[in-house]
Write a protein that binds this ligand. Structure first.
Ligand SMILES: [Zn+2]
Length: 334
């Protein structure tokens, strides 16, 4: 099946596709002025977000995949904190589940992210592109793409009222441009998708080989609380889960590569052990594709043949991804 046929299958037209309106998530107070917004919904685009609340304005840490989800989060924030304006958005990385909702905020809102985050958003967002073409089509009909307008390479410090927020590039891992928002006063870190809780991490756009070093760097912050990119708020012990997973994929891929198995053959028939109950198990095959590319000498974060990878992902999942969220619906086009 060619890539375009595959995507046609995954992303049917609005006329014959029910567009799910997710219940979205809930706010969780982490520390004074630090809120996590946790989305319970399963799926590749259901990323967590958060807010740093000052006296006269607030800063969002990521938004959502859609306008409706972003507005749901803003509604929850206003109900809790009053009608404070959003002065800025920090994007932890470029993936649409964390960034496409930027465009639901006024265009005067400052958007901050790593230089690579901006580059990747522009690359993904201006034409039908992998791996989320449904979202990109939606972008063309509704929410404007709103990439970072303030970028940095290594670090940047924000001051939200009296609270210092350190934005730090952690090195390529989940993507080329992963940053965390570290609040040292409260020892809270918004980790983006460097850490996901009770789910397989997604290294399709990243690196298996480089992931452990970044996780060790994250652990060196000595955070008390981690707001993961996915799943419930957690503690630093989840970093160990991510390290164990990276080791599992590394060993698995080395063995499969040696035996001449394809990523799909390997991932379809492997005991998952402690990872069997984690969500998004189909991400394993994508991660094996990444590991194989690195075993062949490919550089970190180099684009893969994502049509082929996503075809394998669909086979492992036993069906399409959460297409009802990905398609262009009224969620995105108003
Ligand atoms: Zn991501």
């Amino acid at each position: 099946m060619g890539k375009s046929q595959l995507f046609t299958q995954w992303y049917p037209s609005n006329e014959d596709q029910h567009v799910r309106q997710p219940d979205d998530g809930w706010l969780s107070g982490i520390a004074p002025g630090v809120l996590a917004y946790v989305r319970a919904d399963e799926g590749w685009l259901a990323g967590n977000a958060g807010a740093l609340v000052g006296r006269t304005s607030m800063v969002l840490v990521d938004t959502a995949a859609t306008r409706a989800r972003t507005q749901a989060m803003l509604g929850a924030l206003r109900a809790r904190c009053g009608d404070l304006p959003v002065s800025a958005i920090v994007n932890t990385h470029h993936h649409p589940g964390h960034t496409l909702g930027n465009g639901a905020l006024p265009p005067t809102t400052t958007v901050i992210g790593h230089r690579a985050c901006r580059e990747e958003m522009l690359r993904y967002g201006t034409a039908p592109a992998d791996p989320f073409p449904g979202i990109v089509v939606a972008d063309g009909t509704g929410v404007p793409l709103s990439p970072p307008t303030v970028t940095f390479d290594d670090s940047l410090v924000l001051h939200v009222a009296d609270t210092q927020v350190e934005l730090r590039f952690m090195g390529p891992a989940h993507t080329r441009g992963d940053i965390v928002a570290w609040v040292p006063e409260h020892r809270v870190v918004f980790a983006g998708d460097l850490v996901v809780h009770r789910a397989h991490p997604n290294l399709l756009d990243g690196t298996i080989a480089g992931y452990p070093a970044v996780l060790h760097r994250l652990r060196s912050l000595d955070a008390r609380v981690i707001v993961p990119g996915r799943g419930p708020v957690c503690g630093p012990e989840v970093i160990d889960d991510m390290l164990a997973y990276a080791e599992f994929v590394t060993d698995l891929a080395a063995d499969g590569f040696e035996r001449g198995l394809t990523p799909l053959e390997l991932a379809s028939d492997v005991p998952l052990g402690r990872f069997a109950t984690w969500q998004d198990g189909e991400r394993l095959v994508a991660n094996v594709h990444r590991a194989y590319a690195e075993l062949l000498g490919g550089p970190a974060c180099a684009p893969l043949d994502s049509g082929r990878v996503l075809e394998d992902v669909a086979k492992c999942r036993g069906g399409p991804l959460d297409a009802e969220i990905y398609v262009a619906g009224d969620d995105l086009s108003v």
